[in-house]
Design a protein around this ligand. Structure first.
Ligand SMILES: [Zn+2]
Length: 247
């Protein structure tokens, strides 16, 4: 797999492979998107600059105010992969099917300015993609390997979408039956995410998620522990975040 800072040169064969792992969802990345002035005058395009400004403003607000984003920024910094807002986060026009993504070749998080317009959505994208960034920083992840992709999607769903991280932040450790419902949520979200970026069948995606589930679901870095019902884990995890320099 290529290096993190984009100094790698891709062969033509590799270029052709990109569509297979979701790269074609981000037309600006490949120079396929450009505004034409006649379309701007017709009012079809040209709002891209405004979208970009709004998107960048939302990203900036999340960096300043979101606890989730700050935990991940701290974790990345502690792992030697400090995030520079201007270098590592970009707002771009994307395919209408995606809200954001992580580009491992350039080590950049893409926020889709045309599809992700609220601060809440941008926060969700940033935390999700920063889990991928963290995995790439820590494990030299190969995104072309379906099992690796499934693993990092499991971790992103585990730590963000299915309420684990927000449960920690709210100190809500009284969820009953948390474990089973949570596992189901993580599995289905991870399968969806794999299907969104790779041209594989649902069965292939599910098989990959099942193969790596136990190991990747257990891996709770950078948070450190899973919240158990009626325990003080939640408060401890958040409190210790400060000790590790994560928050
Ligand atoms: Zn993902």
């Amino acid at each position: 797999m290529s290096s993190k800072d984009g100094e790698n040169v891709k062969s033509e064969e590799e270029e052709g492979q990109d569509s297979k792992w979701g790269y074609d969802l981000f037309p600006e990345r490949r120079g396929k998107f450009s505004t034409s002035w006649s379309r701007v005058f017709m009012g079809f395009e040209g709002k891209e600059d405004m979208d970009k400004m709004k998107c960048e403003r939302n990203v900036y607000k999340c960096f300043k105010t979101s606890k989730l984003v700050q935990i991940m920024l701290g974790a990345l910094k502690a792992s030697g992969c400090e995030v520079d807002l201007r270098r590592h986060i970009v707002c771009e026009v994307c395919d209408s099917s995606v809200s954001g993504g992580y580009d491992p070749v350039l080590n950049q998080i893409v926020v889709c300015q045309n599809n992700s317009r609220s601060e809440g959505i941008v926060q969700g994208i940033l935390t999700h993609e920063m889990i991928h960034m963290f995995d790439y920083c820590r494990n030299n992840l190969d995104f072309k390997n379906l099992d690796h992709l499934a693993c990092t999607e499991i971790r992103a769903a585990n730590l963000t979408h299915c309420g684990f991280l927000s449960a920690i932040l709210q100190g809500d450790a009284s969820l009953t039956n948390f474990k089973n419902r949570h596992q189901e949520c993580v599995k289905s979200k991870a399968i969806q995410s794999v299907l969104a970026v790779r041209t594989v069948t649902r069965e292939e995606a599910k098989a990959a998620v099942d193969r790596v589930f136990t190991r990747c679901y257990r891996d709770l870095e950078p948070i450190g522990r899973r919240v158990k019902p009626n325990s003080t884990d939640a408060k401890r995890a958040h409190a210790e975040g400060f000790l590790y320099g994560y928050v």
